[in-house]
Design a protein around this ligand. Structure first.
Ligand code: DNO
Length: 401
């Protein structure tokens, strides 16, 4: 008997940062990927992705017998987010890039609407008990940076007294090198962020967002989608928004995709079929009030791309990225809920193991933080095993009835 994988299983993918990524396409293929998640990082934010550039990347991926499954990300220019004068030209460019991607048959496009910073961590080398290296977000570091280094005028009101006290103690112990390291990790941009700032520039830009305020910023997202979704609908592209990471306000910046209610509001305001979600389990999991399984059930129709990563919540809103199957997320229930969606909709959702620890040979090599080869390979292998177990047991249970 030949055993093949059930067709409704999620499509195994990994992120590839392009030809400069120290992890090669061949590595991804050997790790079990059928698809690749990539972006044209060499094109400046806001510029059009040409058909020639897209086709070239597609060919490189296909030459390794994989497909370009998902774009992550087609970045939304800061001027669109703030609606700075003249931003309409970037909307037109965005629409053109969507048309060009569709013409090359690349039809799932990830973006985020986080102001200034994409994802945020404060420690890129957090050593776990087994010697593996993980990424961590430490609220005390965030408060230290915000109150004492950035010196944002209203920062102190955003933290509980205990956090402020701990931040003051930590700042007193920081030397110049420690301050520089913290600044670098926070504002210099993590992989995929595309933007980086000096601390002075960062503060100025934060103040612009504070003037916009939360309600207007939500409206900016709605207006962005109202402008681009009709084009995406027409050419058959699914635009999938990545949730805020972490899913709460930092540095006083507005957050618009952190909770189930945010998603409800977003899909009610822009019901177009192209308005979709990148379900990032790790990001949503940081809020204990986010029930991941319920969210998958409620927004199942809108999910077109999945990031699977676990996190361990700590005190004060801090967290670190844990092993894929262990942590604050019940990964079994999350994967089970996702398999129901795949089966109901008859689709194979592209899924990538989101980040991984640096382990084994990863520790001797340099790679983009969170995106080493072996840590992700382990994550993908565990997740696929879990998924296959769920799908096959469900099939057996049905057969037995
Ligand atoms: C981090 C990623 C994010 C994500 C963007 C999507 O590892 O999940 O950088 O790609 O937010 O636009």
């Amino acid at each position: 008997m030949i055993v093949s994988l059930p067709p409704s299983m999620m499509e195994p993918t990994m992120r590839w940062f392009g030809p400069k990524d120290p992890v090669s396409l061949r590595d991804l293929r050997q790790a079990g990927c059928a698809g690749v998640v990539t972006a044209l990082h060499h094109i400046a934010n806001g510029e059009v992705w040409s058909i020639a550039d897209i086709s070239q990347r597609k060919t490189v991926v296909e030459n390794e017998s994989m497909r370009w499954s998902v774009v992550e990300s087609l970045p939304v220019h800061e001027d669109i987010k703030t609606q700075r004068q003249g931003y309409e030209k970037y909307l037109e460019n965005y629409k053109q890039s969507l048309r060009n991607l569709a013409a090359c048959d690349v039809k799932i496009v990830t973006y985020n609407f986080m102001p200034l910073l994409d994802w945020t961590r404060t420690d890129l080398s957090y050593v776990m008990a087994d010697g593996g290296v993980a990424l961590r977000f430490d609220m005390i570091d965030v408060a230290t940076y915000d109150v004492h280094i950035l010196q944002r005028p209203t920062a102190a009101v955003d933290y509980p007294e205990e956090v402020l006290q701990r931040a003051a103690t930590r700042f007193a112990k920081l030397d110049r090198a420690g301050i520089a390291a913290l600044e670098k990790t926070i504002v210099a941009g993590l992989p995929g962020s595309e933007e980086s700032f000096s601390t002075g520039e960062f503060l100025q830009r934060i103040l612009t967002y504070q003037k916009i305020g939360l309600q207007n910023y939500k409206q900016h997202l709605v207006e962005f989608l109202q402008a681009v979704c009709p084009v995406a609908d027409e050419v058959g592209v699914k635009l999938v928004i990545h949730p805020d990471d972490p899913p709460f306000s930092i540095y006083g910046l507005p957050r618009v995709v952190s909770t189930a209610q945010d998603l409800r509001d977003l899909f009610a305001a822009v019901p177009n079929p192209s308005n979709g979600l990148c379900f990032c389990a790790g990001s949503f999991s940081i809020r204990p009030d986010n029930n991941l399984v319920e969210m998958i059930k409620e927004f199942g129709e809108r999910i077109h791309f999945v990031h699977l990563r676990n996190t361990q919540r700590e005190a004060y809103g801090s967290f670190h990225e844990s092993q894929h199957l262990q942590g604050s997320i019940d990964m079994f229930s999350v994967v089970e809920a996702l398999t129901h969606i795949s089966a109901q909709r008859g689709v194979s959702l592209p899924m990538r193991p989101d980040h991984g620890h640096q382990i084994l040979d990863d520790l001797k090599k340099s790679s983009n933080p969170g995106y080493s080869a072996i840590g992700r390979l382990k994550g993908l292998a565990e997740l696929r095993g879990l998924e296959l177990g769920i799908v096959r047991s469900a099939a057996r249970a049905t057969e037995a009835q």
